[in-house]
Every structure is written in C-alpha cells, then in structure tokens.
Design a protein around this ligand. Structure first.
Ligand code: NAD
Length: 496
C-alpha cells in the first residue's frame, strides 16, 4: 500500500505523528494508500523551513523566478497525462475531466510567468518640487493554501503559482482524500530548479490546519472548501492577524427563459450537472425553468441521461465516474428519499444505475417540481442530483437566485441580449454565464463567489491573486537638485 508523506526542505519527509488516513480508489472501493496526518510539531517544522527559504527567495530576481516558472510550466505540460492519471486514481473523475482540470490549472502558471509585468508599481514624478512618489509590491512571507478534494491539482495551482511568483514561500495542505498530486507538484518544482523550502507540503486534517491558523510566521491563508470550514478559517485566521481569502460552498442555478434553445440548454444542464459526478463547486445543481419551458426541458434532460455512461474514470468510454468516498455517496443518495424531496417528483433515480462492484457510484438523478424549503433545494448536495424548479416569470427566477445563501456561479439561457444584460445587472452572484453553464473565469480574471461562497474581499488567482500575495509600499523621495542644498523645517506641503 502506498504511503503518502510530507514534502519539507526539498524532500519527502515521513510523518511522525503516528496518525494516518486512508486513501481509496473510488472506482473499486479499495484502499490504495495511507496518508500521514501532520501534528502541530510537523507543521512547525515546515513553517520554519519555509521561513528560512523566504529570506533568499524574496531576493531572487524576477528573471530568476520566471526562469523557474517557465521550466515548471514545461514540465507540467510534458506530464499532463501522468498528473491526470493520479487525479483519477484518487478522486475518481474520468480522465478527460482530469486532463481538463490540469489544463485549467496550467493557465494559472502561465499567468504567473508574467509576474515581472504584474508586479510593476506606480510612479508619480514631481508631486512636489524635487519629490517623486512610487509604489512597490512586496511578498508577505510564508503563505499557506488549504485545498478541497474536488480539484486536487487545479485549486493548488490557483494559489501557489502566483504566491511563489510574487516571492513568497508556500505551504500546501491538500485534501487528505486525494493527497498525491501535491507530491507530484513538489517533484516537478524541484526539477524546475525551485530552491528547497520555497514549496512545501504538509499532509493532514484539522490539527494541521489549526496550527497553520495559529502559527505566527504564517502571514496569509488561502482556503477553498465547504462553507462551514471557510467561515471557521476566515474568522480564526483574521482574528490571528492573518490575511485570509476563504472560498466556500455553492448552489448554482441555471435559469432557462422561454425563448432559449431548449436542446442547447438540456445539453448544458446534463454536462454541468453530472460532469465530475456533480462534485464541482461550479456544477449546476438547480435548473430554473421559466414560463412554459418546464415540460420540454425536463423531457429533454431525462432523454439524455441514459446516454451518460457511468464507469471507472480510467475507462475511456466512461463519462461519469464514482463519488469520492462511500460516505459521501451514501449521503448524496439520501437526497433522493421522500423526506428530502419535500413532494418533488423523482424523474430519474440514479440509485439503480451503478456498475457492478464496490466502487462509490451513484448514477445521474433528476428531480422535478423542487421547491425552496426542501432539503434537496436548500442543501449543497455536491453529487449527481439535478433539481428543476418551475417558476412563472423572470422576476420569480431572479428572486429565487438572489434569496439563496450562496452566490458562486449562475447561468442564464436565452436568445434575448436585453434579458441577459438585465440578469447580469441584477443577479447577486460572483460569476455569471450567458449561455455558458460553468463560467469559470480564465486565469487573467479572478475567481470568486459572493455571499456564503466567499469570506474576505479578495477573489482567487488572476489580478486579485497578485494583490492578495503582496503588500504595497509607497516611497516618497526627495533628491535636491545638484548644488548647495536647502534645509526646510516647514511641514511638507504639496505646493512647495
Ligand atoms: P472541506 O471543507 O471538507 O475540506 C476542505 C479542506 O479543509 C481540506 O483540506 C480539509 O482537510 C480541511 N478541513 C476539513 N474540515 C476541517 C476543519 N473542521 N477544520 C480545519 N480544516 C478542515 O471540503 P471538501 O469536501 O474537500 O470539498 C468540497 C467543498 O468545497 C464543497 O462545499 C465545494 O462547494 C467547495 N468548493 C468550493 C470552491 C469554490 O471555489 N468556492 C471550489 C472547490 C470546492
């Protein structure tokens, strides 16, 4: 059985806490590995190493940093398939999806390769006679990233590419459910020439996170995961004086107006609802059918479901893999029971659509006539269960979306540009798709939801990422003109 350990000071370091967690192949249900769970003392060792490495790394020239970033990008490109296979073996998602995750992650490394441009400050000549004012952006020090199971490669890349490019040293605490991509990254960083200690990995769970939250040398924390944990990270980290960005859970709606292309909307609902077995924070969970589209739309979605082949992620014919753990699969299945449905109709029941064996499978399910107040509507399910809510008007649809506690992603399907613009103007959600079901921003924008989907004011990656991982210094300098100087004891004013 594979043992998955920490990466500290440029090498694999076996855990000493005596605590381990199981890692499974979700497609077979077999345990394939044991991951070390770090104690506070092991976190301290990683932080100390990272703090030591920071002194040198922050002084590395921008061209030294970008040489390493470009090399890292080339290595990632060469090893796309290897990384995707590791993701599939522990997460379960199908290989094509894992490759998509890797590709979207690499975008962030490519963005970070432009760091010399991104770190440029401002300059004002002569605000006062002989005076210049300019701003510079400097790294924070040791920063940490705590990441969820559902994107074990892409989400870490959202964080560490920019953090390291800006001159910080970075500690990754990946999900204990699929921890192996973290060590693959560590090895590629080493091959790219990154100095030891600039990138570290501590495997673990709550104890490791709590120590990162408390440690005085950790300057900032980036978190992606569920809302209750995001809230805890934000509250504790900020109380301890750290900079924190904490992205939480989601319940994403797809509003379909009566004039929409129903076939395109049904295709989008199926791929965005069941892709990655619904375990995406940008998955569509609720389709809001406006006016008379409900009947046609439910029929069109139901007609497509039998064609979604459920199977092991490494089988190229599979389109939807298993869920991440047995417990999570069982929990998602409870949303198909009467007490969760609250009177809604189970149109397609995925419980009967699972391959033979002990894998953590649950087929795609469709529920119609869902209403707020039922568990299937109110909870973040994070599985292949698509709900349809029927409303009479656009106004009801927008109210439904805006009343939801989450505000991560949303989509509208329509042929009417004016309606789409009104929706984009009114909707209280951080990422909006117009005829695009999963509007994950490209790497040169930033990713983040509103309301209970994000704690803090900074979105992740892109320009917000550079902002988050640096602090600004403003320098006001006076160089007297050559010649005898003048001593001036007056309070500086702008019109000298
Ligand atoms: P999770 O909150 O259970 O775990 C996330 C991370 O926090 C893991 O590294 C885990 O070890 C750690 N953790 C878990 N419980 C903790 C605790 N009590 N104290 C400290 N640390 C703890 O989330 P998950 O199940 O791994 O991921 C799925 C969730 O993440 C979903 O809610 C999903 O919507 C969300 N998500 C959000 C985004 C986004 O961008 N908003 C992206 C991906 C996933």
């Amino acid at each position: 059985m594979k043992r998955i350990s920490h990466w500290i000071g440029g090498q694999v370091v076996a855990g000493t806490s005596g605590k381990r967690g199981p890692v499974f192949n979700p497609a077979t249900g077999e345990q394939t590995g044991d991951v070390d769970l770090a104690s506070a003392a092991e976190v301290d060792a990683a932080v100390e190493t990272a703090a030591g490495a920071f002194r040198e790394w922050r002084a590395a020239s921008l061209s030294q940093r970008t040489t390493i970033l470009f090399a890292f990008r080339e290595l990632l490109d060469r090893h796309r398939d290897d990384l995707a296979a590791i993701i599939t073996s522990e997460h379960g998602k199908v290989l094509s999806d894992a490759k998509g995750e890797v590709a979207r992650g690499i975008e962030n490394v490519e963005f970070a390769c432009g760091v010399p441009h991104l770190l440029k400050g401002g300059f004002s000549e002569q605000p006062s006679r002989g005076v210049d004012v300019y701003s510079i952006r400097q790294p924070l020090g040791v920063v940490a990233g705590i990441t969820p199971f559902n994107f074990p490669a892409m989400v870490p890349m959202w964080m560490f590419a920019n953090a390291i490019a800006c001159g910080n040293t970075f500690i990754l605490k990946p999900s204990e459910k699929d921890p192996s991509p973290s060590l693959f990254f560590a090895e590629l960083w080493r091959q790219a020439g990154l100095p030891d200690g600039v990138f570290s990995v501590v495997q673990g769970a709550r104890e490791a996170v709590d120590r990162l939250l408390d440690h005085p040398e950790v300057a900032a924390l980036s978190f992606v995961g569920s809302t209750p944990v995001a809230r805890h990270i934000y509250e504790t980290g900020t109380r301890n004086g750290k900079r924190v960005q904490a992205l939480g859970g989601a319940k994403n709606h797809m509003v379909v107006l009566p004039d929409a292309d129903i076939e395109a909307a049904a295709d989008a609902a199926v791929s965005a609802g069941y892709g990655s077995a619904g375990e995406r924070c940008m998955a569509i969970s609720t389709v809001v059918a406006v006016g008379d589209v409900g009947e046609r739309l439910v029929e069109a979605i139901a007609a497509r479901i039998p064609a979604v082949k459920v199977g092991a992620g490494n089988d190229p014919t599979s389109e939807m893999g298993p869920l991440v753990t047995r417990e999570h699969r069982d929990k998602v299945a409870t949303y198909l029971e009467d007490q969760s449905l609250g009177g809604a109709r189970l149109v397609v029941d995925g419980r009967g659509n699972t391959p033979e064996g002990d894998g953590f499978f649950l087929g795609p399910s469709l529920v119609d006539g869902v209403t707020p107040g039922s568990k299937v509507y109110d909870d973040e399910i994070f599985g292949p269960v698509l709900s349809v809510v029927r409303v009479d008007t656009y106004d009801e649809a927008i109210r439904l979306v805006n009343d939801n506690q989450y505000g991560n992603g949303v989509a509208i399907f329509t042929r009417d540009g004016g309606a789409a613009r009104k929706f984009q103007f009114e909707v209280q959600v951080g990422m909006v798709g117009v005829n695009v079901p999963i509007p994950v921003p490209v790497a040169y924008y930033s990713f983040g939801g509103w309301k209970a989907s994000l704690f803090g004011d900074t979105h992740m990656y892109g320009p917000d990422g550079i902002h988050f991982y640096t602090r600004t210094k403003v320098v006001t300098s006076r160089w007297p003109e050559p010649g005898p100087g003048r001593v001036d004891l007056a309070f500086p004013s702008n019109n000298t």
